[in-house]
Design a protein. Structure first.
Lengths: 126, 332
């Protein structure tokens, strides 16, 4: 699934129009704790989160995230949008909640890219 | 050429530059308006074929749009001129020989749309319209070729030359042991810029030819440490990354307040972070645990009241080396 299809699926609003909509999303990960994201996420995932601060984008860059969805229709602050634009990472706001969004994406065929605890000695070495 | 800046960040290897698929990709990324000839010469339907011939000769073009009352009504080309010449009819008006079944493209269309039309219709040129269907330019296959070549060249220069040079950094330097040291000063409480040092380190490693996995492991480890400096220190601290072909050594130090109980701090889930920090998504007590999982060795020393020193090492296998040719050539 690419970012464009993803946006349609979740009634999303793209906060940074310059983002690359053709980028491929291979799966998903939902978390509000950035350390959990860094510990569990595998590359090329879409990250679903309720957080809006710039650290979400920084964390995404470190973890090779393909797109970020802000749940429950929040509008991220300017610093976050600017950083997302600079890093050319799609930042999408969706009116739905975390559970609903995870469900929609999973149903549409996106697998989980969250590694379960204890799966691997180094979670980030993918 | 507004679209070129977006392409520059994509890594391009020498092979890619010669590769047709890269050119195809550009055909989708470049917009018609970026490569077209702007404000082209136009003629009116009443212009004579002879005048048109003179114009073509003077400014060395082989076709022009025919415009009446600001509306595009046809295209006149050198082939039409030849026809009128054969019939000895050069004094006829352009309207008699022009082709009025006009195919057009829009300035905001990707170049591939123009290319498709060229392939399917054997036209030599296409008028370019804006959103209000006003003529803004003309595009030929030659425009597309030179537009793509310019884009490829910019693409190549902006990132790849830099990357290529960096990835061979250590080869031309003769010493018993060469290393590259990067230092970053991190301010306490600077959440806005938190993570910018780790981003810079990750990018530097990729430019030096590190594998995506090595860059990711280093990035995550340094990011957690960088956030620790921002969250927990009294006066911030310093990140020092020493890059050698076969290993990356990271040293993160601060001058306080120090960790009272290291064993407790290493326990997954243990955290002393404030509510504010937790709201930012940090302070889950996983930072040090995450760091340890990403590195080959980790040494944490802390004196309560004095400061903390964290030493990390990431070892590179022979096929992963940075700054040497043997370690490059693994863009993905």
């Amino acid at each position: 699934m690419n970012v464009k299809e993803l946006i349609t699926l979740i009634d999303g609003h793209l906060c940074n129009p310059s983002a690359n909509l053709d980028r491929e999303v291979k799966g998903g990960c939902g978390a509000d704790l950035m350390s959990d994201v860094l510990a569990s996420i595998q590359p090329e995932a879409v990250l679903l989160t309720g957080l809006c601060n710039p650290q979400v984008i920084r964390t995404s860059m470190m973890a090779d995230v393909a797109a970020v969805i802000i749940v429950r229709g929040k509008t991220p602050p300017k610093e976050t949008i600017d950083l997302a634009s600079q890093e050319e990472l799609a930042l999408i706001s969706s009116p739905f909640g975390m559970f609903e969004l995870c469900g929609r994406l999973h149903r549409a065929g996106l697998p989980s890219l969250e590694r379960a605890v204890g799966d691997e000695p180094c979670s980030c070495d993918e | 050429m507004g679209d070129i800046s977006r392409i520059q960040k994509r890594p391009v290897t020498d092979q890619d530059a010669e590769n047709i698929t890269r050119v195809e990709e550009l055909a989708y990324e470049l917009k018609v308006e970026a490569v077209m000839t702007k404000e082209p010469l136009t003629v009116t339907p009443d212009t004579s074929m002879r005048e048109t011939l003179d114009l073509f000769r003077q400014i060395r073009i082989s076709g022009a749009p025919v415009v009446k009352d600001n509306q595009l009504i046809g295209i006149i080309s050198i082939e039409d001129l030849i026809r009128s010449f054969q019939e000895n009819d050069l004094s006829a008006p352009v309207s008699k020989y022009m082709s009025s079944s006009i195919l057009t493209v829009h300035g905001s269309d990707p170049v591939i749309e123009a290319l498709k039309l060229f392939v399917n219709t054997h036209k030599g040129r296409l008028p370019v319209l804006d959103v209000n269907n006003k003529l803004i330019g003309i595009i030929t296959k030659g425009d597309i070729t030179s537009g793509i070549l310019t884009a490829l060249q910019k693409d190549y220069h902006a990132e790849e030359i830099r990357r290529y040079r960096a990835s061979h950094l250590f080869e031309d330097i003769n010493s018993d042991r060469s290393s590259l040291i990067l230092r970053y000063n991190i301010k306490q409480g600077d959440f806005i810029h938190g993570g910018s040092a780790s981003s810079a380190i990750k990018l530097a490693l990729l430019r030096l030819g590190a594998t995506p996995q090595i860059a990711r492991r280093t990035g995550i480890a340094v990011y957690e440490a960088e956030m620790n400096l921002i969250i927990h220190t009294s006066n911030g601290g310093v990140i020092r990354v020493e890059i050698e072909p076969h290993q990356i050594s990271i040293n993160i130090s601060d001058d306080g307040p120090g960790i009272p109980d290291i064993e407790l701090a290493m326990r997954p889930g243990y955290s002393t972070a404030t509510e504010t920090v937790r709201e930012l998504g940090f302070g889950a007590g996983m930072g040090l645990v995450n760091i340890q999982r990403c590195v080959d060795s980790m040494r944490l020393e802390s004196v309560h009241g004095k400061g903390t020193n964290l030493r990390l090492k990431i070892l590179l296998q022979s096929e992963e080396t940075v700054g040497e040719a043997s370690g490059t050539n693994k863009e993905n």
